[in-house]
Ligand binder design. Structure first.
Ligand SMILES: Cc1ncc(C[n+]2csc(CCOP(=O)(O)OP(=O)(O)O)c2C)c(N)n1
Ligand SMILES: [Mg+2]
Length: 387
């Protein structure tokens, strides 16, 4: 998606207004933030900082809004399908829509994107058909390869493992003298993986055109960020490697777009990587296999309800006369229509062949495994005959 007036989309200064995961203690971290900026452009009431407001153009703003609503609609439908027993394990992204959409808006189709498993909103915007993502989450291996002409990596379940390969892609861009970049998205939990530190160091040393987006949603399954690290300011992990790093209000779509745009421009100008720590909150389950009631109080979500990234953006768009209550309703209906159409296309796809689970580990299947396969398939046949 092209951004109009790109240089106007670049923030000139930041303000110390982003809430960390102890909201009342905003920016009272004992860690010295040094020169790390904290960027917010649209506050919780949808009021814009006129000095930082990007000139994105009305069409882009509306496309971004629709992408956020579509991400949430897809999210809700996937949860419903999973609860109906028609979907595999799924990782919701409720409340993180600004973060996930904003980080890919400044990318062109020549740029690359390395998603995490919670990045489906960005994947849809990058061109992944929703029915393919459904197939992927239902466990079909043919859902994983990126569509033709979409420069994305398949997402990795092994947390942080895609970050080093993303740096390799960035180094390849430098080697080929291409004015392109890659955005790689990973979580606060993944940021503690050793490979992520290696990736940051390599990117810094080789000036790789990489934008690291560390999506700090407060939780790594049941581990709160405060227990996972003694340095909650994850952006310092970038600056420790000599990488320009910034904290961004991850529920502020304008801040996310501006910070990413600035990082993309830096990368394409040959000035190397940037790390964006996007502060947001996981409002929903870790995955559908998780029950957060076991480890967090409902009341912990309270401060975040009023930070909803979609409501905030709607207020902004209404103030700009771009949105009305009526067009909000229409957008939602259109997104629901599109998601239902994708669901029906997914349901119409051929069922899995259970014998396939034996097919891809060995070039030729060992005799012992063949025997297990035959026994398994016979048991399935017996079960179907009984039912
Ligand atoms: C290397 C590795 N260790 C453990 C896991 C199990 N695991 C899956 S998700 C997750 C937490 C990840 O948290 P975070 O990086 O903050 O991302 P989020 O799920 O919050 O988006 C863990 C530990 C894994 N997938 N890979
Ligand atoms: Mg997390």
């Amino acid at each position: 998606m092209a951004i109009e007036n790109q240089d106007k989309a670049t923030p000139t200064s930041g303000k110390e207004v982003v809430p960390p995961h102890t909201p009342s203690a905003m920016n009272t971290s004992p860690i010295d933030l040094g020169h790390i900026e904290v960027l917010q452009i649209l506050n919780e009431h949808g009021e814009v900082d006129a000095g930082l407001e990007p000139n994105l153009g009305d069409d882009t703003l509306m496309q971004v809004y629709r992408a956020m609503v579509l991400a949430r609609t897809f999210d809700q439908r996937m949860l419903t399908m999973q609860r109906q027993g028609r979907m595999g394990t799924f990782a919701p992204n409720l409340g993180q829509e600004a973060c996930i959409i904003g980080q890919v808006v400044p990318l062109t189709e020549n740029d690359w994107y390395a998603p995490s498993y919670r990045s489906f909103g960005a994947q849809i915007l990058r061109g992944w058909p929703m029915e393919q993502l459904m197939r992927l989450w239902a466990g079909f291996h043919d859902g994983f390869p990126p569509p033709e002409n979409v420069n994305d990596l398949p997402f990795s379940i092994v947390i942080g493992s895609h970050v080093l390969p993303a740096v390799g892609i960035g180094m390849g861009m430098n080697y080929k003298k291409k004015k392109e970049c890659i955005v790689v998205n990973y979580g606060d939990g993944a940021s503690s993986q050793g490979a992520v530190s290696e990736a940051l160091n390599f990117a810094a040393v080789y000036k790789a055109p990489v934008v690291f987006v560390c999506e700090n949603n407060g939780w790594a399954i049941s581990t709160p960020v405060q227990k996972q690290t003694m340095n909650e300011v994850l952006a310092t992990r970038g600056s420790a490697h000599g990488i320009p790093s910034i904290r961004v209000d991850g529920n502020d779509i304008l801040a996310m777009i501006c910070a990413t745009q600035e990082a993309v421009t830096r990368a394409k100008n040959g000035d190397g990587p940037t790390l964006i720590e996007a502060i947001t909150y996981r409002m929903s389950l870790h995955t559908t296999a998780d029950d957060p009631k076991v480890y967090r109080e409902e009341s912990q979500l309270d401060p975040w309800h009023c930070r909803c990234p979609i409501t905030r953006f709607e207020t902004y768009l209404k103030n700009k006369q771009l949105l009305t209550d009526e067009s909000i309703k229409t957008t939602l209906e259109e997104c629901e229509h599109d998601v239902i159409a994708a669901r029906d296309a997914f349901y119409a796809m051929p069922a899995a062949d259970p014998s396939e689970i034996f097919d891809y580990l060995y070039e030729s299947i060992p005799e012992e495994l063949k025997a297990q396969r035959d026994e398994y398939l016979q048991r399935l046949r017996d079960k179907w005959e009984d039912s």
